[in-house]
Design a protein around this ligand. Sequence first.
Ligand code: GLV
Length: 315
Amino acid sequence: MPNNSRTVLVLHPLLAPEMAKLEMMFRVVRLYNEADPEKALQTIKNDVVAIVSNFATPVRRGLIEALPNLEIVAQYAVGYDNIDLEAAKERGIAVTNTPDVLTDDTADTAVSLLLALSRRICEADMFVRVGKWSSGSFPLGTTPKGKTVGIVGLGRIGRAIAKRLVAFDMRVVYHGRKQKAELAWPFYKDLEKMAAESDYLVLACSGGPETHHIINAKVLEALGPKGYLINIARGSVVDEDALVDALVHKRIAGAGLDVYAREPHVPDALKTMDNVVLLPHIASATLETRTIMGEIVLANLEAHFSGKALITRVV
Ligand code: GLV
């Protein structure tokens, strides 16, 4: 059973109630609070048996190798491209994540971006706030109804987005590693072709080397001057320079972004554009979902140190 002589290195906090539970089970070191994280790590490196991480905290080979007694990395996110899985596997270190529970909130965020862009919601809000309404009417938006949405990555989150957009009378097509026989939506092996057919391109795939910069200048060119890009996947999926260039030169109509290449950095050029909606990586950020995600992190740690099967094992 867990006991607080075990040290957990926390790279990103859970919500306060789950942090309190974690502290009852383990000795907790919050690395993000340390004035000198390197020095703190040197002091505790032989004690650390578990890491709590999230998408913003790299768990690279160097860190894994610096912790000789590390047994488990419990990721507080569904994606785990921040973790060196090979290095973990080589040492027999378990890695867990928090799938499923964040699917609906993440899909809602994608739909929010799509609607905000189409109906110019953020611009319209600003129009009212700065008092422009009294001197004219707001320019027209564009309807998603009847338009084609190309979803890149039709996994759990991609499907939840598709289900929602069907309810908006949109036509769904998709691209991914392989066609899913159980789904009737048209599959495009060729991403550029799908982009050319799409009014909206929604990214819902995993990050990592396989999807690195698959959205490049050619795909954006194919999406075209009436097309919108929505990214709730990972910043690494998009060649961000090519995206900025496409927006500056109006080769696409706009973009809705929750994720970026070098978070929390957001290219300054994007911040000046009316046809871009920028979110600070909040797709799963609701109280309910983050609470359940934290509970899953705790349940995985508890299971591991009790010798039970992990709840949501990655490796
Ligand atoms: C968020 O980006 C996640 O992977 O959970």
